[in-house]
Design a protein around this ligand. Structure first.
Ligand SMILES: [Zn+2]
Length: 214
């Protein structure tokens, strides 16, 4: 809806090995030595920094995470509430909120994803879609049962994974606090670093960083 597309972050080194220059568009002149970048060699030519955000439709058997309001790049802060869902084999998102269970609700095109199928046996995967459909229709997940703090999207996701028996493979799924601490937190922490870099570049045009960081 008239939103400009998010820009990709590029990284290059012009004259100094210790300094990465991060930008959306390579500046005409090197911020360090002031040489014309088009007319001089760069130590490392621009390459794309992989965004931590994925379109949920492109995922399978994943936990998907986004801010409850808005998008990561524009709206996320450390205080943001997060909304989580689960995708099936076709990338259809199931999530639970005050309207009950939604399938393919909008707004999941730039989310953070957790692929939980690593090291999981086929047994879990084969029954995933069918179980998710049946699970989501259970009377536990009606809109009247929804409670913002005690019965919400996290309970839906965790209980589904437990119903599948995934907690045998991932003990972190056994309760909400370990799930958040050990699964969600590391992902949003990484996303937050990218977001902060993105916003700095948006404001300043480019950012110079010691090369060990990126
Ligand atoms: Zn330079």
């Amino acid at each position: 809806m008239g939103e400009p597309p998010d820009e990709d972050i590029r990284c290059f080194q012009h004259c100094q090995r210790e300094v990465n220059i991060l930008c959306f568009r390579v500046p005409d002149f090197c911020p360090i030595c002031k040489a014309d970048v088009r007319k001089s060699a760069s130590r490392i030519p621009p390459y794309l920094i992989i965004s931590p955000f994925t379109d949920a439709a492109q995922t399978q058997y994943s936990v998907v995470i986004k801010p409850t309001i808005g998008t990561f790049l524009r709206d996320y802060t450390n205080q943001s509430n997060l909304h989580v869902g689960v995708t099936d084999s076709h990338g259809t998102v199931y999530d639970y909120d005050e309207d009950g269970v939604n399938m393919n609700s909008p707004g999941w095109d730039k989310c953070v994803t957790l692929d939980l199928t690593q090291g999981v046996s086929d047994k879990f995967i084969r029954s995933w879609d069918e179980n998710l459909l049946v699970f989501s229709q259970h009377s536990d997940w009606t809109k009247c049962r929804y409670d913002e703090s005690s019965w919400n999207c996290f309970d839906f996701v965790i209980q589904f994974l437990q119903a599948l028996g995934m907690d045998q493979v991932y003990p972190q799924i056994r309760n909400r606090s370990t799930f958040c601490q050990e699964f969600v937190r590391p992902k949003t922490y990484k996303a937050a670093q990218y977001i902060s870099l993105y916003r700095d570049i948006k404001q300043l045009g480019y950012v110079c960083q010691p090369s060990q960081i990126t």
